[in-house]
Design a protein around this ligand. Structure first.
Ligand SMILES: Cc1ncc(COP(=O)(O)O)c(C=O)c1O
Length: 483
């Protein structure tokens, strides 16, 4: 095996990438034969002068309490530039996880940095008991992105807070209490949202978030009925819950449009439409949690719910809304939002001028750089390549998703669909060693979650697919050309 000993790219000033690439040209049968290099970039990472990685790890272990991390030896990230991250030794990584679907338009995107910096020089904080132009203009610009009467926004700081408020609104507005959520869903880590979530791995053994009933997950890949019957079958389960486990009146139904933490799970077409009707017939509101799927990521549409032909009563968002700045929002109709004013309701930082200036800049960049269409193009390319990989390698049970929200589910056996948990962990580690960071998810941790900053390119994806194939070959004992 001949390692390239100079640089990761021909022009970029990076070093220490030698371990990730090879010049051996045994590539004919590979799906993506050429891209052994990450694309060149015009960026020079400043030299890192801080404490060593070992010191940071020790500080974290001593003073953070339990915070889990990826990889046997965690990666330390010191800088970011668009779709790339850099570690303390100036290794460049292709970031296909985007800080857990949060860096939407690119790490340290110059327009976002400019907007934040300029607002910080003017005014960092007031609270919304005073008027300030940023929050009001932002509310208008954000709600302009929504259909129908969804014209009222309330700003918070995270996805959990957004979902807390949405559920509060549903209960206060309808006067009902019972909520339906989905098994395998994730809606946050606050007490209430932990109760809404549907994975045992994210719940403590405590009373939490009362009033949630969890419907069967309409997961197309793992459906217990044929795909063409799945929408009816899983919608019927929601009706069964309404009839069998509630007083027949609902506060609401909360759902992701593609499950994120749950492993990029897609629902059968028509399912949400049927469920929305049932929920509304029983007095409830429909809440779309767009914390991961919003802001153009799904490619064909700005919001995930639009891909399913439904219009929710309440939409929650966070993560990509601020490109990494803590920000969240609830958008609903003015009538529903009015429910909150029946008591004093307040959020100290929500809609803070800096957060609002950054949120406005994110909206502008998505439009100016055409990132929604770009997500569709790059995502289509990626899925096509991954589908070819799936045809070659049995370990890939499913490739799914929309735009730049893609999942790859690894299984031990295509018939039984037994999750390939340890193999997924190995591949995850191997990809990191090849300079690619991906997310992991699903109840069994056997799904790769590909949700990069939306500025990622086809060339980046070629690099990823090439190295994923090499890693699969290495794992399964086939000949490899890298590492
Ligand atoms: C779909 C969804 N909703 C809500 C949340 C909670 O967001 P936060 O961690 O900002 O509270 C998450 C976080 O991963 C999420 O994926």
């Amino acid at each position: 095996m001949n390692f390239v000993t100079s640089q990761c790219t021909r022009r970029s000033p990076l070093r220490a990438c030698a371990r990730w690439v090879s010049t051996t040209a045994e590539v004919d049968e590979l799906v993506t034969p050429h891209p052994r290099y990450l694309p060149d970039i015009e960026y020079t990472q400043p030299k890192y002068r801080g404490p060593s990685k070992e010191e940071i790890l020790s500080l974290r272990q001593t003073h953070h309490g339990h915070v889990f991390h990826y990889y046997r030896m965690p990666v330390m990230i010191t800088d970011g530039h668009m779709q790339y991250l850099f570690d303390e030794e100036r290794r460049r990584y292709l970031d296909l996880f985007g800080g857990i679907v949060t860096v939407s338009v690119g790490h340290c995107h110059p327009e976002i940095v400019k907007a934040g910096e300029s607002q910080m020089r003017k005014l960092m904080h007031t609270t919304h008991v005073y008027l300030n132009p940023e929050m009001a203009l932002y509310a208008k610009e954000l709600t302009d992105k929504f259909p129908g009467h969804l014209k009222s926004a309330f700003f918070v700081n995270s996805g959990s807070e957004a979902n807390e408020l949405a559920i509060l609104l549903a209960r206060v507005y309808t006067g009902n209490y019972d909520m339906i959520a989905l098994r395998n869903s994730y809606h946050g880590a606050s007490y209430l949202t932990m109760g809404a979530g549907g994975m045992h791995t994210w719940k403590y053994n405590l009373p939490m978030g009362f009033g949630f009933h969890h419907a069967a997950n309409p997961n197309i890949y793992r459906s217990v009925v044929p795909k063409r019957e799945a929408a009816d079958f899983y919608a019927a389960d929601v009706m069964d819950i309404i009839k069998g486990a509630t007083p027949g009146r609902l506060a609401g139904y909360i759902h992701e449009t593609i499950q994120g933490v749950g492993g990029a799970v897609m629902y059968p077409d028509g399912y949400l439409k049927m469920v929305y009707e049932m929920v509304r017939e029983h007095g409830g509101l429909c809440i779309a949690d767009e914390v991961q799927t919003g802001f153009g990521r799904t490619g064909t549409h700005y919001w995930g719910f639009e891909t399913q032909g439904v219009t929710p009563d309440i939409v929650t968002m966070a993560k990509g809304i601020g490109n990494g700045f803590p920000l969240g929002a609830v958008v609903t109709t003015p009538e529903i939002m009015e429910a909150v004013s029946r008591k004093l309701f307040f959020n100290t930082f929500g809609g803070n001028p800096v957060a609002s200036a950054i949120g406005r800049a994110v909206l502008r960049v998505i439009d100016d750089e055409n990132l929604q269409a770009h997500s569709a193009n790059v995502g289509t390319f990626l899925k096509t390549q991954l589908t070819k990989l799936k045809e070659k390698y049995e370990i890939i049970g499913d490739v799914r998703g929309r735009g730049l929200m893609v999942g790859i589910e690894f299984v031990k056996d295509r018939e039984t669909k037994e999750p390939a948990k340890t193999e997924t962990m190995e591949l995850h580690e191997m990809l990191k060693n090849r300079g690619v960071l991906v997310g992991k998810g699903g109840l069994y941790g056997n799904v790769f979650r590909i949700k990069p900053p939306m500025c990622v390119t086809v060339e980046d994806m070629e690099y990823f697919v090439y190295h994923l194939e090499q890693a699969i070959r290495q794992l399964t004992g086939l000949s490899v050309t890298g590492l």
